[in-house]
Design a binder for this molecule. Sequence first.
Ligand code: ASP
Length: 464
Amino acid sequence: MERTLVIDCLDKIDQAIILKGWVDTKRDHGKLTFIDLRDRTGKIQCVGFEKMGELTPESVVEITGTVKKRPERMINPDIPTGTIEVDVSDYKIINKATELPIQIDTDGLEIGEDVRLRYRYVDLRRQRMQKNIRLRSDFTRAISDSLYTRDFVENETPMLTKSTKEGARDFIVPSRFQPGKFYALPQSPQQYKQLLMTAGFENYFQIAHCFRDEDLRSDRGFELTQVDIEMSFVTREDVMKTVEAVVKEAVKNVDGKLKDQIFPVFSYSDAIKQFGADRFDLRSEEEKKDETLAFAWVIDFPFFKKVDKDDIAEVRDGKSGWTFTHNPFSTPIPEHLNWHLKKEHIGEIITAQYDLVCNGYEVGGGSIRAHDPEVLRQTFHIMGYTDKEIEESIGHMLEAFSLGTPPHGGIALGLDRLIMVLTGERSMKESVAFPMTSTGRTAVMDAPSEVSDEQLKELGLKRG
Ligand code: ASP
């Protein structure tokens, strides 16, 4: 007999079935034992006469039995299978669970992060986490579908790569074949996605994994996932319009509620004047209770800012004392192109950058890029790079931009943060299956960890 899923039992009254799943709860009433069996589709009550007494919660079991209608007074209106139960004729323990290290019948927020993440595979069984991770899957699919229907090509870009600047430190990976040389893990697919525009794909997207060695905050680790998008022959408004439509479609697909059908647009300076910040919450108190999503765009950011001397990544990038605010590959708005090329009014140059905010968080950001090599070169000159340094760090981009590159622009939406906002969570860790601890340790597995002297030697590295 084939396995029946819990939810399908509703159509199998008086039929013999086999169920497979976890013992959600167990209640002993003398000779009768009741368990709620849980699978991915729900829970169902199973009743055993002089059976199942030794089952432990969260063991994986196979139950053979017959689906029965419950007597009227035993109906449980709180669960979809509350009108039926399974009369157990036989059962098998497939995997016995010992006592669980953490409770999973609560929302889990009362449990310490370390123990939740050490036993994340148990923690993820709780209803709240199942809902969050399943919503993440549905939302990601909806975004992808929406982009596919708009003629986007999905493509992966390398993980072992050269440094690309997103304002954080790189994670570096030693090369065994070329001892003393290193790859960098991508802070974003920025340069490769632009090169896909040079390659003529016109519309690209990727659910991209990125690595940023930033100071840890309680709600984020070193890795993030973004919906990475790039488009050719577009203006700032074209990208914003497409992204807005895609986000709206995906939000509706997961039954999210939008405050505005047309996302309001604020200039950076207006946002600062009105809200004191470039990320803000447009919801009323009522809308906050309702889990409404209030998206808005912010545009017209300054391209450059003075280097923050306490930030090593900024000091490294901004040798002249100036560094980029968002993305060095952006172009200035057309009105300020001349200032940029002449290195005038540097602090006043506005970049063709747009950020998407929602409920007080920045959930995306992108820009129209400099596809003219002179404009890109000048950005790096403004930051104090010498010609030699420019050649070394972005010479390949300048070369590509002299071999037929269309005007282009794109965006990256922070998937972890979007899911956090959509699920009404406070931390991005609640929207990722295996996030890091706040001290930078991996979930379940104990990394970072030591490597052997032999491995180090092979890589040409010495223990520090
Ligand atoms: N590369 C940018 C980021 O990761 C996004 C973009 O400009 O497309 O934030």
